[in-house]
Design a protein around this ligand. Sequence first.
Ligand SMILES: Cc1ncc(COP(=O)(O)O)c(C=O)c1O
Length: 482
Amino acid sequence: MSKVRLLSGESVPLEMHKVCMVQRIHLRPVEDRVRSIVEAGCNTFLLRNRDVFLDMLTDSGVNAMSSDQYAAMMQADDSYAGSETFYRLEAVLKDVFGMRYFLPAHQGRACENIISKVLVRPGTVALMNYHFTTTKAHITMMGGSIEEIVSDEGRRISSDLPFKGDVDIGKLKNAIARHGRDGIAFMRIEAGTNLIGGQPVSMANMREVSRICRDSGVPLVYDASLLADNLYFIKTRDAAYRDADMKSITREITSMMDIVYFSARKLGSARGGGMLVSDEGLFLKLRDLVPLFEGFLTYGGMSIREMEAMAVGIRETMDIDVISQTPIFVEALCNELAAKGVPVVTPPGGLGCHIDATEFCGHIPQAQYRAGALAAAAFIAGGVRGMERGTISEQRNDDGSERFAEMELLRLAIPKRVFTLSQIKYVADRIAWLHRNRGLIGGLEFMEEPKVLRFFFGKLRSVTDWPAILARKFREDFGDSL
Ligand SMILES: Cc1ncc(COP(=O)(O)O)c(C=O)c1O
C-alpha cells in the first residue's frame, strides 16, 4: 500500500497488490440483521458468517494470503517428526528475529499458556504496558496477577502522542521497587497494544524498559502478534528510522527481549504461533511443555501447510507495501468518521478503527454494556461485524462484582488486504448514520454468562425493544436500500 497524490491534490491510498481470488459476501436486509443479532445473543462472536456483510471482528486468521503463501503450502513436508517444513520455518524466524531458538505452538494463547506455566508463581505479578484478554486469563489461572503500566496518555481516547503504547518508566521502576525481583513473574511489552486501540510502542521506550529489566533481573517478554503495525509506525513516526529496513528494526527490538512470542494468525497472515528465545536455560524450560500441550517440536499443533504459509508470510511482513494497508485504511476510516463527528481513538493505530462507546452511547449505563450495545447496533446499521472491547471483555472481580473497563470501545478491525476503499467508505457512512441516531441505541443484559472469557460466547438481550426501533428508523431513512 502506498499513498499517491491525485490531480486534485488529494492524497489517496493505493493498493500495491491485485486480487487473485474473491469470496462472495451478502448484505442482508436490515430486518434480517436484527433477527440474526438477537439470535446471536447480541454477541457479534455468535453471528454466522452467512449473515455478515463486512467481517471486521478481527484480523486473526483472516488476513488475505499472498499467492506465494498458497504456493508454498503445496511443498509442505508432512511428518510427525523431522519435517523439512519445520526447518524452513525455523530458518526464516531465526533470520528475521535474530534469536537462537524457535518453539512452535498452535496459536498465540498457547504460547501464553506455556510462558505463564514457566514464569508465573502464585502471588507473583506480571507487569505489562497493557493486558490482552487471553494473556491475563493465563496469568491469573496460574495464581498470578497483572499490573498495567502503560503511559497515562495511552489510557486517553484522544491524544497526539505517536506511541501511546509506551510503558510509563516511572511506574515500571516503582513496581520493581514495590514487588522486588522475586515478586515479579515477568515484564511484558505488547507490540501495537491491542485493547487501547492498536497503539504502538516506541523504540526508545523499549530500550529503556529493557535496560531496567536487565539491571534488575526481570525477564522481558515481547508479544509480537501485532509487530507488523508497530514496525510501520516506528518507520513512519520516528524520524530516526525513516530509512531503516523492517528487518533491522525487528532485530533491534528482539535483541532487547528474553522471550518473543506471537500469534501467526496475525503476524505472518497464516494460522499458528511460536516463541523465540536466545537463552538456553529458558529454552529448555519452555521446550519441555511444548510436546505436552501442543505436539511434537517440529509442528507444535500447527498444520504443516500453515507453517509453510507462515514462513513466507513472516518474510513478507518485512515488506512495507505488504503491511501498510491496515494502518493506512485505519487512518482513512478514523479520519472520515472523525470528520463526521464520530468519536474515535486518536491517533489512529493499527489493527482497526476504535470507536469510543462512552462518548457515542454515554446515555447507556456502563453496567448495561454500552460497547457491546454499540457493536450490536453497528451490525444492524450496516451488516458490519465489529468486536466489543470494553466491560464485556473484562473478567468479573473475585467477589463477582463487575469490573468496568477503563475504555469502552467498539473495534472495527481491518484485516490485511481484505477490504476495498469503497467498503471502508460504506462503513463510515453507516456508522455516521448510527451516530446521528445514537439516542435509539439501548443497553444489554446477560442471559448466559460464562465465567472465563465471557465475551466469546456469553449471550445477552436488549433491555428494551431498541433493535427493532433502530431498524424501523433505518427503513425510514434509507427506504428499500440494503
Ligand atoms: C496482542 C495479542 N496477543 C495474543 C493474542 C492471542 O493470539 P491467538 O488468538 O493466536 O491465540 C492476540 C489475539 O488476538 C493478540 O491480539
